[in-house]
Design a protein around this ligand. Structure first.
Ligand SMILES: Nc1ncnc2c1ncn2[C@@H]1O[C@H](COP(=O)(O)OP(=O)(O)OP(=O)(O)O)[C@@H](O)[C@H]1O
Ligand SMILES: [Mg+2]
Length: 265
């Protein structure tokens, strides 16, 4: 489904020049694999998602999605095979545009450019149906600008939009981190439902270790640009947070350093 072959990425700018943001990262995802990603600050987690989606080119290695080598494809050409949701609810949706305009934009992603600017009547029915599946009443607010929505409603909409053009792969970068605990749980439940419903492969970055172990089928840990641990069910499902921290320490000889890490909640 997704194959990463020995990826390298180095940023030229900034301090710590010469440090690799990704170092020999290889990963094979089967269809419906749901991988949670944890790791120290600056470990390369967001960079990994950025190179898969084509925000940055890699310096070396290959990225293959669903049998197609996308390593040299620009970001917009990968948009039909993958969806993504970011930490910031403001980032995934356009605040000044209405709910239906946002959805129309997401629906057109990866399709040949159409001349119509507005929302087609035939699509509106589909958007309504999708929105009502969220159970948030957004289907009755199609014309409202998205900036009037709460953070949780916006993330729910962002998730819906990310999966509207039927991608194979969903990339989530701490997409519940900016939400209060209850809303975060609701968005996580929605994520799990959507992944199952669309048979998606998912890569989800989180600072919540409990969540990392509770959700999905596999957990990888990154440190200084490398994948240092890769754990799958059933072995993973028996692990506790202390086991995880111990495994990190055994592998690296130091404690996991992450100022946003969540050990509880
Ligand atoms: N656009 C960029 N330009 C220069 N350096 C960058 C850029 N993006 C990331 N880096 C560097 O690459 C390294 C990995 O960063 P990345 O954002 O992937 O870490 P992360 O694991 O997502 O960390 P966090 O948990 O803090 O979000 C860091 O050293 C970071 O400073
Ligand atoms: Mg990050």
């Amino acid at each position: 489904m997704l194959e990463l072959r020995s990826l390298y990425k180095k940023f030229q700018s900034g301090i710590g020049n010469g440090r690799l943001a990704l170092k020999d990262v290889s990963l094979n995802l089967r269809p419906c694999d749901f991988v949670t990603v944890i790791g120290s600050n600056g470990a390369g987690k967001s960079t990994l998602l950025n190179v898969i989606s084509g925000v940055f080119p890699v310096d070396d290695g290959q990225i293959i999605i669903d049998g197609q080598d996308v390593t040299n494809l620009p970001e917009y050409k990968r948009a039909s095979v993958l969806g993504r949701v970011f930490q910031d609810p403001m980032q995934g949706t356009a605040g000044s545009m209405s709910i239906e305009e946002n959805m129309a934009m997401a629906f057109k992603r990866g399709k040949p450019r159409s001349l119509s600017r507005g929302v087609l009547a035939k699509d509106r029915g589909y958007f309504k149906e999708k929105l009502s599946s969220l159970g948030l009443g957004l289907e009755d607010r199609l014309k409202e600008p998205v900036k009037l929505l709460s953070g949780g409603q916006r993330q729910a909409l962002a998730l819906l939009m990310a999966t509207l053009s039927s991608p194979k792969l969903l990339l989530l970068d701490e997409h519940t981190a900016a939400l209060d605990p209850r809303t975060a749980q609701e968005i996580q439940d929605l994520t799990n439902d959507i992944a199952k419903q669309h048979n998606l492969s998912v890569i989800m970055v989180t600072h919540n270790l409990r969540l990392a172990l509770a959700v999905g089928t596999r957990t990888i840990m990154m440190h200084e640009g490398e994948i240092i641990l890769d754990m799958r069910d059933p072995e993973r499902s028996k692990m506790t947070i202390s086991d995880l921290l111990r495994r990190f320490q055994d592998a690296k000889g130091e404690m996991l350093s992450d100022d946003r890490i969540l050990l509880e909640a």
